[in-house]
Structure formats: C-alpha cells, structure tokens
Design a protein around this ligand. Structure first.
Ligand SMILES: Cc1cc2nc3c(=O)[nH]c(=O)nc-3n(C[C@H](O)[C@H](O)[C@H](O)COP(=O)(O)O)c2cc1C
Length: 248
C-alpha cells in the first residue's frame, strides 16, 4: 500500500524539464525499453509481493471521475492457465471455422471478407486473424508460457470509458513490471473465454463487470522476438495566434 503524501510526490518529480535533445530520464527509458515478451522462464514464479506492488501501480492510474472501474484477477495456478488456454483455443478454432465457412459457402469470398471486416473490424482484421491462425495451429502460445496472468475486468457503470481507464491501469502495471526486469505481454486473444458460462461464473464476468483483456507476466527468457517498428503519424498542431502546422 502506497503511503506517500502529495508533498513527497512533488518532491520526487521536481522540475526536471530536459534540455532539447537531452538524455532520456528513468521513465522514458522504461517506456522505450519495454517490449512484449513471448518467452518466459519455466517454473519460475513471480513472488506475490511483486505482483501486489505491480497491481498497486495500476490502482494509482487516473480514471474518468476517479471511477477506478477496474477489477484485477491474478491467476498463478498453472493448471487453471492451461485449462483457460485450451478453452480459448477451442473458441478461436470455432471463429476461424465460421469465417472459413462463410467464405467457402459463397462464390463472393471477397465480398464476405470485406463485410466481416466492416462489421467486426477488430476481430476480422487481417493482423489478428493471422495471429489467431498461429495460435490455433499451436505455433504461438496464448499466454506464451507466462507463470502469472492478470485478467482485467471493467465496471460498466463507471463514468466515461471504463475499458479505457482499465487499459491505462494495465499500462501502469506493464511499465512497473518492466522496471523490475520482468517481461509482460498484453493478451487480448483470451477474450473468447467469456463465451463459456463456467468461466464467466468462476471469474465473475457478469454485471457490472465486463472482460477487457489480460496481461501475461514472468521472468523473460532471452530477448523479445524481432523488431516492432513504429509508424510516424502526422500531428496537427494549432499554435498560438491561429497558426497551424503539421509535424512528425
Ligand atoms: C490491447 C492489446 C492486446 C494485445 N493482445 C496480444 C495477444 O493476444 N497476443 C500477443 O502475443 N500480443 C498481444 N499484444 C501485443 C502487441 O502485439 C504488441 O504490443 C505490438 O506488436 C507492439 O510490440 P511491442 O509490445 O513489443 O512494442 C497486445 C497488445 C495490446 C496493447
């Protein structure tokens, strides 16, 4: 439990605006150094006090109206992780078969694909669909063998956007875990778990809670896989006195 008061927090941060082109500070190093980890040390569990400390960083996230709409579920039971993984894969197979059936049932495959992408733009996006194929074929693990899984639920009754608040809390946790040298990976392919009544019951995925996503945590084995590039998006900049520019 954090006991720092506001004065201490201000003293900690202070006025440390970097010079133009100045070196990254600790927070920036943590942000830029984090990568999704998909290989974990087997049989090396993260101690409870560390997980609690990571969750504490999530609890201190900002939220709309200070609604704090998150609920965290820690799973360190390897049997339970395996069971959830097997059940998710069954549903992913079903989703893939459904898409394949729709595609093969008509000559207008392209039209079907476009319609699916239009009505379910997130689920039938080509990138997750490719990854789904790998998971179903056993070439990519769901939680990548991580010994700890934190499942994130959001309270639908909260003001603003409870899923967004929960995501912000999750990123606080991911960055804190990385600062301890732990590996993490956000895992949203697990959401078909909510299609099972018994998992909804066991995990408490019922009103007012909805399932948002999950985070895998463990000791990384080797480095992260490959380089993930970042696009440079144009930034529209409305400056002082009605000026406008586009920067990158
Ligand atoms: C909300 C969310 C869900 C994600 N779901 C998965 C997933 O189910 N499986 C997976 O391996 N990676 C998943 N990722 C990780 C992304 O693939 C990864 O963050 C992205 O490729 C950028 O790579 P980096 O995290 O190494 O910078 C997810 C990331 C986010 C933010």
């Amino acid at each position: 439990m954090i006991t720092m008061n506001d004065t201490q927090i201000v003293a900690e941060t202070g006025n440390r605006i970097p010079e133009p082109g100045g070196a990254f500070n600790t927070v920036e190093n943590i942000i830029y150094g984090r990568r999704s980890v998909r290989f974990y040390e087997k049989n090396k569990q993260v101690p409870e006090y560390i997980i609690r400390r990571i969750i504490e960083a999530g609890r201190f996230a900002p939220s709309a109206g200070n609604g704090q709409p998150w609920k965290f579920i820690v799973v360190q039971d390897q049997e339970m992780i395996k069971e959830m993984e097997e059940d998710v894969i069954k549903k992913l197979k079903l989703i893939m078969r459904f898409a394949w059936y729709l595609g093969s049932w008509t000559k207008h495959k392209e039209w079907v694909a476009k319609s699916l992408m239009r009505f379910f733009p997130n689920l039938f996006h080509p990138v997750p669909f490719g990854a789904m194929r790998l998971i179903v074929d056993g070439k990519l693990g769901l939680w990548h063998g991580a010994p700890t899984v934190i499942i994130l639920l959001a309270d639908k009754r909260s003001p603003g956007d409870p899923s967004l608040d929960t995501g912000i809390a999750g990123q606080n946790m991911v960055l804190t875990a990385h600062s301890y040298g732990l590996g993490t990976c956000w895992v949203s392919f697990m959401t078909p778990l909510k299609m099972y009544a018994r998992w909804r019951k066991r995990l408490g995925i019922r009103y007012p809670y909805k399932l948002v996503t999950s985070i895998a945590i463990g000791y990384p084995r080797g480095g992260p896989d490959g380089n993930v590039s970042r696009e440079t998006q144009a930034i529209d900049w409305f400056g002082a006195n009605g000026t406008f520019k586009i920067v990158y």
